[in-house]
Design a binder for this molecule. Structure first.
Ligand SMILES: NC(=O)c1ccc[n+]([C@@H]2O[C@H](COP(=O)([O-])OP(=O)(O)OC[C@H]3O[C@@H](n4cnc5c(N)ncnc54)[C@H](O)[C@@H]3O)[C@@H](O)[C@H]2O)c1
Length: 322
C-alpha cells in the first residue's frame, strides 16, 4: 500500500525552493517544503498575501510536526529558513525547484514562467500547480521549456499526499523523473501522466462523481446529506485504502475483475445507461444542492469543518504509515 512518507533528511539535501504566489495553494506548499527542512522563499506581488502565506505555511508545518507527520527538527530548521519577498529575482536566486501557484490565468502564468525561467539558475525545475490550464500552453513562454511541467496538488497540498505530474510536449523525461524524486523526498505520492489533459486524473474522477451526486439530488432520489453520507461511509472509506481497479478486482473474488464483470455486467450496463450525462457547468437547475450543502451543517463554522476534515485526514494518514 502506498503511504505518506516522512518529510525528512532527504528533503533537506535539496537546494532552496521558490513558491510563486502566496494564496491558499502557495502557503500550503510552502508549509510542506519547510516541514522537510528545505530553504523556502515565498514570492507574491501583494505584501498582504505574502504575510498571510508565511503565517499559514508555519502553521501547516507545525501542524504536521504536531501530528507526527514531520520530524520536529526538520520543521524547526525549515521554519528558520522560511522567508517572503516581493522581488521575484531574489525568490528564485540559487533555487533547484520553483512551485508556481499564481492565479489560474494563462497570460499571468506565461509571464511568471518567462520571468522566473529567465532569473532561475540553469537546471531549476519550474512546476505549475494549475488545476485546469495546459502546461503545453504555459511552457512555451519559458526560456527552458524542457524543465517545465505540471505538478498538480490536491487540496490541502501539505496534507493530501497526491501530486499529479504531467509533462508538456516540450518537457524532458529527465525533468519529470527529477520532479517525481523531489516530491517523493518531501513526503508526496507522485503519479505521472503521459501527457496533460483537463483535470488530470483525480479531478476528472471527482467531476464524474460530483455530477452524479448532484443529479441524484435534482431527481429527488436522495437529499444532499444522504448522498454525502453514502459516499463517506461507503465507497469513500474503501477508496482511501485502494483504488477502483483493485477494489473491483477484489469484488470478483478469486476470479478477479473478470468474475466481477461476468457476474455484474447486466446490472452495470443498466446503471451506466441511467447515469447523468449533462455537460453544462454549473447545471442550470442545480441551485438547490448548492445552497443546501453548507447550511445543513450550519452549527459548525467553515474553520471548524476544515479542522474536522484535516483531523480525520491525519488519522487516515497515520494509519497508513509503515
Ligand atoms: N485552491 C485549490 O484548491 C487548488 C488546488 C490545486 C491547485 N490549485 C491551483 O493553484 C493555483 C493557485 O490557486 P489558489 O487557490 O492558491 O489562488 P489564490 O487566488 O488563493 O492565490 C493566487 C495568488 O497569486 C498571487 N499573484 C497574482 N499575480 C502574481 C504575480 N505576478 N506574481 C506573484 N504572485 C501573483 C496573488 O496575489 C495571490 O496571492 C491555481 O493555478 C489553481 O488552479 C488550487
Amino acid at each position: 500500500m502506498e503511504t505518506m512518507g516522512t518529510r525528512s533528511a532527504r528533503g533537506a539535501e535539496e537546494g532552496p525552493v521558490a513558491v510563486i504566489g502566496a494564496g491558499l495553494t502557495g502557503g500550503s506548499w510552502a508549509g510542506l517544503f519547510a516541514a522537510a527542512g528545505l530553504t523556502v522563499r515565498i514570492h507574491d506581488v501583494d505584501e498582504g498575501r505574502l504575510a498571510g502565506a508565511l503565517e499559514r505555511a508555519a502553521e501547516a508545518a507545525r501542524f504536521l510536526a504536531g501530528h507526527g507527520l514531520a520530524e520536529p527538527e526538520a520543521v524547526e530548521l525549515g521554519l528558520s529558513r522560511l522567508t517572503g519577498t516581493a522581488d521575484l529575482a531574489e525568490a528564485v536566486d540559487g533555487v533547484t525547484h520553483v512551485q508556481e501557484c499564481v492565479r489560474e490565468d494563462l497570460a499571468l502564468k506565461r509571464e511568471v514562467f518567462a520571468t522566473a525561467g529567465a532569473a532561475a539558475p540553469a537546471g531549476a525545475l519550474i512546476c505549475t500547480s494549475s488545476s485546469g490550464l495546459s502546461i503545453g500552453d504555459i511552457q512555451t513562454a519559458a526560456a527552458h521549456p524542457e524543465r517545465c511541467l505540471a505538478a498538480h496538488p490536491y487540496n490541502p497540498p501539505h496534507l493530501v499526499p497526491l501530486v499529479e505530474l504531467a509533462p508538456g510536449a516540450l518537457t524532458s523525461p529527465e525533468a519529470t523523473e527529477r520532479a517525481s524524486a523531489f516530491y517523493s523526498s518531501v513526503g508526496k505520492v507522485p503519479v505521472t501522466l503521459t501527457r496533460d489533459l483537463p483535470g488530470y486524473i483525480a479531478n476528472r474522477l471527482s467531476a464524474a462523481l460530483w455530477r452524479e451526486a448532484v443529479d441524484l439530488v435534482l431527481r429527488g432520489v436522495a437529499t444532499v446529506e444522504d448522498v454525502d453520507r453514502a459516499v463517506s461511509n461507503g465507497p469513500g472509506l474503501r477508496w482511501a485504502a485502494m483504488g477502483p481497479h483493485l477494489l473491483y478486482d477484489l469484488g470478483g473474488g478469486e476470479e478477479g475483475i473478470r468474475g466481477h464483470i461476468e457476474h455484474l455486467a447486466g446490472v452495470k450496463q443498466g446503471m451506466l445507461r441511467d447515469l447523468a450525462t449533462w455537460t453544462t457547468f454549473p447545471p442550470e437547475t442545480a441551485d438547490a444542492p448548492f445552497s443546501a450543502a453548507r447550511p445543513a451543517k450550519s452549527a459548525r463554522t467553515y474553520d471548524e469543518l476544515v479542522a474536522e476534515r484535516d483531523d480525520l485526514l491525519v488519522e487516515y494518514l497515520r494509519a497508513r504509515r509503515p
